[in-house]
Design a protein around this ligand. Structure first.
Ligand SMILES: *[C@@H]1O[C@H](CO)[C@@H](O)[C@H](O)[C@H]1NC(C)=O
Ligand SMILES: *[C@@H]1O[C@H](CO)[C@@H](O)[C@H](O)[C@H]1NC(C)=O
Ligand SMILES: *[C@@H]1O[C@H](CO)[C@@H](O)[C@H](O)[C@H]1NC(C)=O
Length: 316
């Protein structure tokens, strides 16, 4: 390892307040593997096989930016999940519709969240991305409470309202200027949620306020809610909107956007998160174990163009 790189890395680590990455992790890992949590099947899903699923759009989203995906199945032991944690380079908490305090999804999310906090505190850089339900799950994990409130945001595309200085945050600083302009002016972020974290509840909760920086907000006309945030001291990121839908879901309803700028926004979020995962050096103990864990071992089921998730992977 050449010295200047080490010195630069240390300086960079001091400039921001993120955990100092281990010196060994100055090298980027160009074979990143990202875990995606499965969750209990939606009630009444006529295509369901087994008891849990992952929507294929999240897999494609990560693959499009240069990562491979490992599905993380429900009902495992804490020991199973700990083993997976030290084999993957980042975690994505997808959207969906489960209980944020009682489901298997929430149980898994808590185990991985706590492992990630511990790892980052020890200089082992481990990023987490939450989308929609994943965003909401992160708020529950950080505050240890459900502070969400109902909003009228079930199928609407909105322009992001950027907080002051958001363009210089870790997430957005690598976005092209014209894309940031599109995000702020065009209705290109897909919102499909009933629950939101209001700016009011965020502001009143010391744990959330200390932990996350608000990057963007939106409103349903009555309540202002947080649409994008990143943690101050951890590589944790959350969007209440759905960047993966624009390129990879085709249900024809309000809120769905397939414009060039919407698809660019999708790619830049994915590319940002995958570049974060490249800073992690976890790996499977053997190539055989890696091969066996990857999503390529499973086949997605086509549920129809008019399904909210067009293709799902199902698991026992
Ligand atoms: C997972 O555990 C839940 C209870 O937490 C149980 O209802 C369900 O049948 C289990 N699923 C599998 C696939 O074991
Ligand atoms: C704040 O959180 C509580 C749950 O603790 C919820 O009932 C309430 O609707 C929320 N209020 C707003 C304005 O978000
Ligand atoms: C576009 O966004 C605005 C909020 O800035 C919202 O009031 C409006 O309903 C949106 N339009 C569509 C077609 O989604």
């Amino acid at each position: 390892m050449c010295r200047p790189a080490v010195v630069l890395a240390v300086l960079a680590a001091c400039a921001c307040s993120l955990p100092v990455p281990a010196l060994g992790s100055v090298h980027l890992n160009y074979r990143p593997v990202i875990g995606v949590l499965a969750q209990e099947n939606l009630e009444g899903d006529p295509h369901a096989q087994g008891s849990s699923y992952i929507a294929a759009s999240y897999v494609k989203y990560l693959e499009s930016a240069g990562a491979r995906v490992v599905p993380i199945r429900i009902n495992g032991t804490e020991e199973d999940y700990t083993k997976i944690f030290y084999a993957i380079n980042g975690l994505l908490l997808p959207g969906g519709d489960v209980d944020l305090q009682k489901s298997q999804f929430s149980r898994m999310a808590k185990i991985f969240y706590e492992l990630a906090i511990k790892a980052n505190d020890a200089g082992d850089y481990f990023p987490i991305w939450g989308t929609c339900q994943g965003f909401q799950q992160l708020t529950v994990l950080t505050s240890n409470k459900n502070l969400l409130t109902l909003t009228n945001t079930k199928a609407v595309a909105l322009p992001l309202v950027f907080s002051q200085g958001a363009q210089n945050t870790r997430m957005f600083k690598s976005f092209p200027k014209d894309l940031l302009l599109s995000l702020s002016e065009e209705n290109i972020t897909s919102n499909f949620h009933s629950w939101s974290l209001s700016v009011q509840n965020y502001t009143r909760n010391a744990k959330l306020k200390r932990f996350y920086k608000v990057l963007t907000t939106n409103t349903d006309g009555r309540k202002e809610f947080i649409s994008t945030m990143e943690a101050y001291r951890y590589p944790f990121y959350a969007v209440q909107w759905h960047p993966e839908k624009s390129p990879f879901e085709w249900i024809d309803k309000p809120g769905m956007v397939h414009s060039v700028s919407a698809i660019r926004a999708s790619f830049y979020t994915a590319s940002f998160f995958v570049s974060e995962a490249m800073k992690n050096q976890h790996r499977f103990p053997t190539p055989q174990e890696e091969e066996k864990a990857l999503i390529y071992n499973y086949m997605p089921v086509f549920k129809g163009l008019d399904s909210i998730f067009m293709q799902n992977y199902y698991f026992d």
